[in-house]
Design a protein around this ligand. Structure first.
Ligand code: 6PG
Length: 237
């Protein structure tokens, strides 16, 4: 695990964008799972601005770690957010974008997306392997769309499961622990003071950390990077 602590969200976005650009400069095909929520917005804006014309997007395939079960035009859609902040600004082939279809029946879509991962990603130890999984973390310690009240979903034998947001009851399709921990590399992007308590508990393995899905992120490759701003890292010793 490598902690990368930066002044603020902007610097996290800049540093992660450089990290990403460095990862893809080999020109190899690159399969990446994107996170949703609000933090990625600035990250995607900076990535497009700084590297939009220098990265060969034709070698990159975008997937999502989770998606809300809403149409792609809905304000809640992670795909819509990604289009607005990144995809609309870069020259990436349509066939390189593998969205979770939030408008479809959740269980059917979870199964379909599991098949998409199996068909498109290289298999390592029988499992589809991402080159990079980007994750956020909620104030409650959830990651992707595995929430504490459904932490058992993390351990599913399936690659994708249907989750329910604890507050709104909104259904989500999410990749599971075996896909996340099977990735070559995993990068958390976590900013804001609201995250500080859980960041500290998870990294220091204190309090109720074992109840937080984000604490279960432990890639077999051991390549786990936490990109944090000072607010989110404030409680770290
Ligand atoms: C989602 C995300 C989710 C997100 C965290 C943090 O669909 O909402 O995938 O796991 O990363 O909730 O969200 P913020 O970046 O908005 O704090």
């Amino acid at each position: 695990m490598e902690l990368k602590i930066y002044k603020d969200k902007q610097e996290v976005a800049e540093q992660f964008s450089s990290f990403f650009a460095d990862k893809v400069k080999s020109g190899e095909l690159f399969h990446v799972a994107l996170s949703g929520g609000s933090t990625p917005k600035i990250v995607f804006d900076v990535l497009a601005e700084k590297f939009g014309s220098s990265i060969n997007w034709k070698q990159i395939h975008f997937y999502w770690g989770d998606e809300r079960c809403v149409p792609p035009t809905d304000a809640d859609s992670n795909f819509k957010m990604t289009v607005e902040h990144l995809l609309a600004k870069i020259d990436i082939p349509y066939e390189n974008i593998h969205r979770i279809k939030g408008e479809d029946e959740p269980q059917k879509e979870a199964l379909r997306y599991s098949e998409i991962l199996a068909e498109n990603l290289p298999a390592v130890d029988g499992m589809p392997q991402f080159d990079l999984v980007i994750l956020g973390m909620g104030d409650d310690g959830h990651t992707a769309s595995v929430f504490p009240h459904e932490i058992h979903l993390w351990h599913s034998e399936k690659s994708c499961e249907v989750a329910v947001h604890p507050g709104s009851g909104q259904k989500r399709v999410s990749i599971t622990g075996k896909i996340i921990n099977g990735a070559k590399e995993v990068a958390f992007l976590v900013t804001g003071a609201g995250k500080a308590p859980k960041v500290s508990e998870i990294i220091n393995k204190t309090g109720d950390y074992e109840n937080y899905p984000a604490s279960l992120v432990n890639p077999k490759s051991k390549k786990l990077y936490w990109f944090l701003d000072e607010d989110a890292a404030a409680n770290l010793s």
